[in-house]
Ligand binder design. Sequence first.
Ligand SMILES: C[S@@+](CC[C@H](N)C(=O)[O-])C[C@H]1O[C@@H](n2cnc3c(N)ncnc32)[C@H](O)[C@@H]1O
Length: 325
Amino acid sequence: MIKTPRFTQLQLADPGNEQHELITGLTAAAAHFSPKYFYDLLGSRLFDAITCLPEYYPTRTEAGILRNQGEKLASVVPHEAVLIDLGAGNCKKGMSLFDFIHPSRYVAVDISVDFLREALEEVQRQHPDMTLDGLGEDFSTEFRLPSELRLNPETPKVFFYPGSSISNFGPDEALVFLKQIQAYCVKNPKSGLLIGVDLVKDKATLEAAYDDALGVTAAFNKNALLNINQRIGADFALADWAHVALFNTEQLRIEMHLEAVRDATVHWTAQGDGKRTFRQGDRIHSENSYKWLKSSFEALLREAGFKDVTAFTDENEWFSLFWAS
Ligand SMILES: C[S@@+](CC[C@H](N)C(=O)[O-])C[C@H]1O[C@@H](n2cnc3c(N)ncnc32)[C@H](O)[C@@H]1O
């Protein structure tokens, strides 16, 4: 009989706080919301579809590095450690490490709890003997490994943060996040972080990756409005909004926005009735995805306290995995 993965759910952000955060963002002079609101169940499925698109090079490039350089990677990353997959999504990248580093236990962390449960059941089917834990957590403000997991602080840990998800943080926030992970690594000299980072490249390639011809990324962006409708009782109408993705060459980041195609008044019922009128052309900023130079990201890891850093890149230097211990 196949085991059922254990699941621990940290108190995800208090719904009242989330509503406050959303309404504050939507009523700000420059309207915005956090990219974490992309990831309800449908959003996670849409992200999976994005990873299959010809324009979306990050997933296949990173998976190629893991496949082609797995042996080299296995010579620096500890074996039989606890593998902690941050923003695990469908867990496929985490699973691809199993044959190389033979983790003793796999802990998958994600905000998209229902999607993570499904993904972990599949991991358990494929690896019936592996000890699996799911951890439902929003780590955008603080990352915590709860005591319920009963992880020995001294056991070697491999934190795995693939998909360039770190890119949703600006450089200062990324540093804070990396320091939190580094603090969990200091108890055992073998512990470390294996992190995937998308590198600066030409604007056309970057913009196409976030604005595909099929319109899947547009659907992913607009689905956040449906998620927000649920969370704050809002009435965003999808037909009023268009997907915009552009590379900001000064900040070295892809920005995703939703742009009003006509004047649109949006109402919500949470936290007292509210509304905002957006004029045609007004935008709501929905995501930043920072692109890094290999040398700058390596410097950031060192600033966070990691001492040894090894980089693994593809032949075009489009994407880099770093092992930092
Ligand atoms: C870009 S996807 C990467 C998925 C997978 N790791 C990969 O590389 O294909 C980002 C993942 O992080 C999760 N995520 C986003 N914001 C999060 C947050 N604040 N806390 C925890 N997980 C989050 C999403 O649900 C999603 O699965």
